[in-house]
Design a protein around this ligand. Sequence first.
Ligand code: FAD
Ligand code: NAP
Length: 545
Amino acid sequence: MPTPQPQTATNAASTHIDAAIVGAGFAGLYMLHRLRGLGMSARVIEAADGVGGTWYWNRYPGARCDIESLEYEYGFEDELPREWKWTERYASQPEILRYINHCADRFDLRRDIRFETRVTSAHFNESTNRWEIETDVGERLSAQYCIMATGCLSAPRRPNFEGLDSFEGDWYHTGYWPHEGVDFTGKRVGIIGTGSSAIQSIPIIAAQAAHLTVFQRTANFSVPAHNGPIEPEYARQMTERYTEVRRRAREETTGGVVSGTPNEKSALEASEEERQQEFESRWKKGGFALGGAFADLAINNEANATAAEFVREKIRVTVKDPATAELLCPKDYPFATKRLCVDTNYFETFNRDNVTLVDVKSAPIVEITPAGLRTRDAEYAFDCLVFATGFDAMTGALLGIDIRGRAGETLGSKWAGGPRSYLGLQVAGFPNLFTITGPGSPSVLSNMLVSIEQHVDWIADCVAHLRAHNMQSIEPTPEAQDAWVDHVNEVANFTLFPQANSWYIGANIPGKPRVFMPYVGGVGAYALKCKEVVANGYEGFVLRA
Ligand code: FAD
Ligand code: NAP
């Protein structure tokens, strides 16, 4: 395996490699493994001091996957699923991080990873056809390929509340949680946000804290995980037919999971009794099963309303105080048009005496004070504040790097009106730059492990093709990109997704262009399209010798 060699020819200080990979989460690690397999020299650059990405950073209490562990794992190698045994149906963050570390060791990946190093810029040099990459520790790399494995949910939204610096207690963001953990015992805690991160952490913080106040702006749909040990027989069956499970997940599903078969029937064709039965049985299964209860939940408001009302009824039955229950009922957007939250005792937690729910839609947070927080209507005192306020999703990490393509044009200027990309893989004017699970691909709408592997495999096969045919570069044509962006929008507009003010559409970041970023057409259809593009001689791309 060739290791990166310092070169003197073009730039004394820069290390010449075939490929630079930014990020050492699931995507970057597998990309490194694949490129090594092609005999290429590759280097991963990672800001953290360890591997894991999402699972390195998000160490808040209760963090765990929302896709069953037996499907939320690598599928590229047959032995891995046999040698790794998950303990729970939905693995916790520490267990997933252990798994990623196991994989890094298993495939001897660390020797090509530069930790505690952040890529600050990546400029395409048109005369050499190479990417010149700079880091915050002054290292320079020159690479033919630059592969962004920077993650879709890796740029936590730093809270920009007035007065935050004056707060005399401790504050935390779920997306960069202290490694040593936080003990909330006896503390008065305020948590801002009620997305997936908050919904997972609230029950656990509530069990520790003297008092927990939850500041909710938008109520969320959440379904029970029914987490617990994995049934050994189920695990055995899944492992035994692993190759087939992964093939089906990639080729035949919408969301990249095989558990929870979607119902092909319309909710509106079913009788009231039939509907309730279907919803109920899926609620009992837990997790995303409810999302597949009927075929038209994502495309028909009337059908969707039946599922939304089912969840609201569950909340009303669970939460004893009727006013709190009603406030927890999501009413502003259709069911499952934001990623469904999967919880353990979330709604039940509001029955505790030490938990208060505060509506900050009617009375927004005005400022953080030295003692706590002030809303338009009241003041609250806290020892600790938790910001579960989310991420600058899908584009945040990419635009955090000064990326320049042909003629020095920046990605920021190209994406000023929202991200534009061909297949979510490449951007016109940025040759040999790849974005794993980039905007315009199914990515965050799916089991990300399936989408990551599909992209990594596509990119590795593409690079192998270029090398085999003595090609120097690949980039999409502007026409192919425009057509794909139109298609992404068209498909999104056919669904109810754009009706939600979600991070899918950039609505959580003030000033971010309102563009539906992921591809809603489904993992299977998308993978087929990617295959067809290749079969048609990399249709829509320009390959240069
Ligand atoms: P990441 O894991 O985000 O890794 C990207 C890495 O790039 C990070 O380590 C970051 O430090 C590094 N990086 C970024 N910019 C730079 C730079 N300029 N220089 C150097 N390094 C850089 N998806 C699911 O399918 N199922 C789930 O259950 C699920 N649960 C999730 C739970 C949480 C709390 C969050 C936040 C996300 C979850 N996701 C889930 C999405 C999750 O992000 C993906 O599943 C997956 O882990 C992404 O892997 P990745 O390698 O693409 O990106
Ligand atoms: P999120 O879904 O974006 O939620 C952020 C929350 O903060 C929202 O409730 C938002 O309210 C609130 N908020 C933001 N700014 C606010 C303000 N100024 N005042 C009041 N409230 C404010 O972020 P997240 O919970 O971190 O989840 C992001 C994604 O990561 C998820 O959708 C999922 O894909 C992934 N994730 C998965 C899991 C899992 O179960 N495995 C766990 C965590 C995260 P509004 O809705 O009103 O904007």
